[in-house]
Design a protein around this ligand. Structure first.
Ligand code: NAG
Ligand code: NAG
Length: 212
């Protein structure tokens, strides 16, 4: 596929899925009235969030928050969450690996307690990957076992390619290699359908509204 065809296809898909979501949101507003757009406030964080060790580290561009466990003289296992998630996705693995590793489950930039710089340019895969490289060094390590899930997996594939020296082992859950993903989206209609939200996310404002 040449670039113009791909761009036209992406645009058309984005418009299509945006239209579908406008209809869906219209139905939700009809059913739930304006409650649909009202964020429910929690009085206090849920109990399951008690008892974790939190810390944060200032990198060249952002300060990242993370939860840690295990002794600092053990090798580093860095856990990278997917979308729309945060460190908490790794609660079982943090507990499981803490006896053999220094486990660090990070909040990527833009998520939960980490900094949220403005503008799309601040969220390129390369920029987020650089955060992880800086994080490993800032934690006092030369390399890590990199464990990543979902969209965090896409970032981690890039980290392993760009900074192979900081990755001892790469464990990716639920995210194919980006080149494989691109091939699948172009050649497999089932995958294309399952990736509908990526097209919807190209639309401004509406996805944020829906997530509320
Ligand atoms: C981070 O997530 C926890 C759990 O959902 C929540 O209680 C807390 O308010 C979040 N922090 C921010 C800054 O969003
Ligand atoms: C990146 O984030 C910083 C800090 O929030 C902001 O000053 C800067 O304008 C952002 N860059 C772009 C290109 O949006």
């Amino acid at each position: 596929m040449n670039d113009y065809v791909r761009l036209a296809f992406t645009l058309a898909s984005s418009i299509f899925w945006t239209a579908v979501m406008i209809v869906w949101m219209g139905i939700q507003v009809f059913k739930h009235k304006m409650d649909f757009f009202t964020q429910k406030k929690r009085e206090r964080p849920p109990k399951v969030l008690d008892g974790w060790n939190h810390d944060s580290v200032k990198l060249s561009d952002v300060t990242l928050h993370y939860v840690h466990a295990g002794s600092t003289d053990k090798p580093l296992m860095l856990m990278v969450h997917g979308f729309p998630e945060f460190w908490y996705s790794w609660r079982y693995q943090i507990r499981h690996f803490q006896s053999k590793y220094r486990v660090v489950a990070v909040d990527l930039r833009g998520y939960n307690e980490s900094d949220k710089p403005s503008g799309i340019a601040n969220y390129s895969a390369a920029r987020i990957g650089q955060d992880l490289q800086e994080l490993v060094i800032a934690l006092g390590y030369k390399s890590c076992v990199l464990l990543a899930h979902d969209w965090g997996g896409a970032i981690a594939w890039g980290v392993a390619a760009r900074y192979p020296e900081i990755v001892d082992r790469l464990v990716i859950c639920n995210c194919p290699h980006p080149k494989g993903m691109q091939k699948a989206i172009q050649s497999d209609r089932g995958q294309l359908l399952k990736s509908w939200y990526m097209f919807f996310f190209q639309c401004p404002i509406l996805p944020e509204l829906m997530f509320k």
